[in-house]
Design a protein around this ligand. Structure first.
Ligand code: C2E
Ligand code: CA
Ligand code: CA
Ligand code: CA
Length: 274
């Protein structure tokens, strides 16, 4: 048993160092990728449920890895945050999203995810203002999505920064609502333009308890002057619930997966019927 224990231990250590090595490798690759511009954005449309039309798209970053192919953000965003690389990557994401959105028809908005780390570094406001200026995109067509982790820092500096961003004319959305520990308290701190209900609620919106929570969030949103988006709507069955509970907007695989820019153009050319 002792020998087995030792073996397990060695095995465990080998596993650890293999993971460390692959993390280090990934970090080196990521550094290189930021300089070499190996990223691209996909765009997931959102549907306005009141006046059925695409109201905007969320920009979602992908890494075109030279050997591993397309890598999703779940595999590199936290590493980019830990290493500080998110500052440069985030700047590029803002510029690219605004540039692309400036080619979209009408008043279609683009939503850009901004990580908590980007708020801790100087330059976010400058990056936003520069992305708008260079692209010529009207500020109200840019929406910044933040999660509670941004507000959890509980700093006056973050709130002041959000207010200054708002003064530029940019909209601010609270993402993944309902997944944090004390969601409601954050609603008092900042007047969000939009609240996005996390897809874990939408996935079980047919349950009476969940439906009641969604209805309550919608009520809260309308009292606070925020629009409500249902995230992760995947099936036709979920749609009547989402409408009935009063969500103003929906996003999810039912409407469309995130699309590369040329695919999005084709998607917009045919009117979605839902
Ligand atoms: P998120 O901001 O909550 O984005 C929504 C994620 O859910 C996306 O995954 C999207 O592809 C996926 N999704 C959309 N509709 C559905 C659906 O109907 N069902 C299911 N199961 N999933 C759906 P993705 O692109 O892998 O992004 C994951 C997360 O990575 C994002 O979650 C966001 O937190 C982060 N992320 C993505 N792009 C960026 C970025 O440009 N900057 C930063 N800081 N974070 C990003
Ligand atoms: Ca988001
Ligand atoms: Ca989300
Ligand atoms: Ca999420």
């Amino acid at each position: 048993a002792k020998a087995a224990g030792r073996n397990t231990h060695c095995f465990y250590e080998a596993g650890m160092s293999a993971r460390l090595a692959s993390r280090n490798r990934l970090e080196l690759d990521l550094r290189e990728a930021v300089s070499a511009g190996q990223f691209l954005l996909h765009y997931q449309p959102a549907l306005d449920l009141l006046h059925p039309a695409v109201s905007g798209c969320e920009a979602l970053v992908r890494w075109m890895h030279p050997r591993q192919g397309l890598i999703g953000p779940g595999e590199f965003i936290s590493l980019a945050e830990e290493t500080g690389l998110i500052a440069r990557l985030g700047g590029w994401i803002l510029r690219e999203a605004c540039r692309e959105a400036s080619t979209w028809p009408g008043d279609m908005r683009v939503a850009v995810n901004v990580s908590a780390v980007q708020f801790e570094r100087p330059g976010l406001e400058h990056n936003v203002a520069a992305a708008l200026a260079v692209s010529g995109l009207a500020p109200h067509r840019l929406e910044l999505e933040i999660t509670e982790s941004v507000l959890m820092r509980d700093s006056e500096a973050v709130l002041a920064c959000l207010h200054r961003l708002r003064t530029l004319g940019v909209r601010i959305a609270l993402d993944d609502f309902g997944t944090g520990y004390s969601s409601l308290s954050y609603l008092r701190r900042f007047p969000f333009d939009k609240i996005k209900i996390d897809r874990s609620f939408i996935g079980e919106i047919d349950k009476p308890e969940t439906a009641a929570i969604v209805r309550a969030i919608v009520g809260l949103g309308s009292d606070l002057g925020a629009r409500i988006t249902a995230e992760g709507v995947e099936t036709q069955d979920q749609l009547p619930f989402v409408r009935q509970k009063g969500c103003q907007e929906m996003q999810g695989y039912l409407l469309s997966r995130p699309l590369a820019a040329p695919e999005l153009r084709r998607f917009l050319a045919r009117t979605p019927e839902l």
